[in-house]
Write a protein that binds this ligand. Structure first.
Ligand code: URA
Length: 434
């Protein structure tokens, strides 16, 4: 067996065997197979797809490419949450401390930004001092001590996914059902959670732009979950416009903190409560979804969720004076408003295009080795369906270069579409698949 034969086979749209998939995953993880060869194979998978069997084999091979975490030492049902990616998606920053504040342990490994979407690890690292790269024994110790730990995917957990994930990002091969399903489920299988709640985003700012594709991805992941004996629930959510108002690392952290202090944006609230209610259900702490939502709301009102976030930040080396006083977060050098050029109702704000603008401002990576700028981004002042007057502020841009600011202003102005007729408010939770 050799990698050229495997590339050739997939290029010619033939099914790969379990042995061939294991061979390429082992070889790539150990460094024997080069990036450029795997790039070619990934592109062939992207173009030709994979059968269900191939996707399952790829998932299992990636999950076993490194350490398999055993969370049974925690003696509790561990429910994991993962999103298929979005723009302005700060749900984990809000939801996970909130769920932990209800006494449900959270052991979460998050990813970095991918393509035009943001990543929780990049957002957490915008809190000065917060360490995401801790080892497994400390990760488990943290969960035992305060009931929550949020870290980055360690080098030895599904390392094949880690390499393939950033390779896909750098060769425009992210939006593929078998590649996304295997990437997410391999991490979930390796990270030891017994149950999984997945936020399957759908719309222009998601990797799945249609509901049909999002449903297919959801079903594929549920199927893999069954085979791995991990109960999986998928919540399909709307990602046509950015989630919440803020897009950009520290700007989103500030929005998440304000949410936990009680300033709940409607669209974020809908998504957080639905996902949280299913996490509580899978943890065996409440079967009634509406009651579970009420429990989550109560821990926002009594600030227990916020207190848990502060505890998490402090426990992982972060400076909680920033989370207590968000004015302390460093500000971008150029902060300018964008105004509407007509009166009417916001018809659309393409999340993908906004994600790209924010990425180009410096909040995301073009190449995998790029560093990111935590201060830059966009804060919207209006959402789809809201009324605007002519020359009313619709967004604020945070930039660290004059040229990038001007470019972003121009692009954003074109993206925000206004209609003279009333526009209905989009529904956020589209479907639950289990
Ligand atoms: N999130 C992941 O973990 N992997 C993907 O491929 C896409 C989103």
């Amino acid at each position: 067996m050799n990698i050229l034969e495997i590339i050739e086979k997939k290029r010619d749209n033939q099914e790969l065997s379990k042995e061939e998939i294991e061979y390429f995953i082992k070889g790539y993880t150990s460094g024997e197979i080069a990036d450029y060869q795997v790039s070619a194979l990934i592109m062939a998978i992207y173009l030709n797809g994979m059968t269900k069997q191939e996707t399952t084999d790829l998932t299992i091979a990636m999950a076993h490419s490194g350490e398999m975490l055993d969370l049974s030492v925690l003696n509790e049902v561990i429910v994991d949450k993962h999103s298929t990616g979005g723009v302005g998606d700060k749900v984990s920053l809000i939801l996970l401390p909130l769920v932990a504040s209800l006494g449900i342990p959270v052991a979460k490994m998050s990813g970095r930004g991918l393509g035009f979407t943001g990543g929780t690890v990049d957002k957490l690292e915008s809190i000065p001092g917060y360490i995401t790269g801790i080892d497994i024994p400390e990760f488990i110790k943290n969960v035992e001590k305060i009931g929550i730990s949020m870290i980055s995917q360690t080098l030895n957990l599904a390392p094949a996914d880690k390499k393939i994930y950033s390779l896909r990002d750098s060769i425009s091969c992210v939006e593929s059902i078998p590649l996304i399903a295997s990437s997410i489920m391999s991490k979930k299988i390796a990270s030891g959670a017994q149950k999984i709640v997945l936020d399957v985003t759908c719309g222009s700012g998601a990797f799945m732009t249609t509901k049909e594709n999002a449903e297919e991805l959801a079903r594929e992941m549920i199927e893999i979950g069954k085979l791995a004996n991990k109960e999986t629930v998928c919540v399909l959510t709307n990602m046509d416009e950015p989630l919440g108002y803020a897009i950009g690392n520290s700007l989103e952290v500030i929005e998440a903190i304000n949410f936990l202090k009680g300033d709940m944006l409607e669209d974020v609230k809908e998504v957080v409560l639905e996902l949280g209610a299913y996490m509580i259900k899978l943890a065996g702490k409440g079967n009634d979804i509406e009651d579970n939502k009420a429990q989550l709301l109560e821990n926002i009102q009594n600030r227990k969720g916020y207190d848990k976030l502060i505890q998490l930040v402090e426990n992982q080396g972060g400076d909680s004076s920033y989370t207590k006083d968000t004015d302390k977060f460093p500000k971008a050098n150029y902060i300018e408003k964008v105004y509407s050029n007509q009166e009417g109702y916001i018809k659309s704000m393409d999340a993908k295009e906004i994600g790209k603008i924010v990425c180009d401002l410096g909040a995301g990576r073009i190449r995998k080795e790029d560093s990111i700028d935590n201060e830059v981004g966009i804060v919207l002042h209006k959402k789809v369906s809201e009324k605007v007057e002519k020359q009313e502020e619709v967004a604020t841009i945070y930039a660290n270069s004059k040229e990038k600011l001007e470019e972003a202003k121009k692009r954003l102005q074109e993206i925000i579409q206004i209609d003279e007729n009333a526009v209905s408010k989009p529904k956020m939770v589209l479907e639950i698949i289990q």
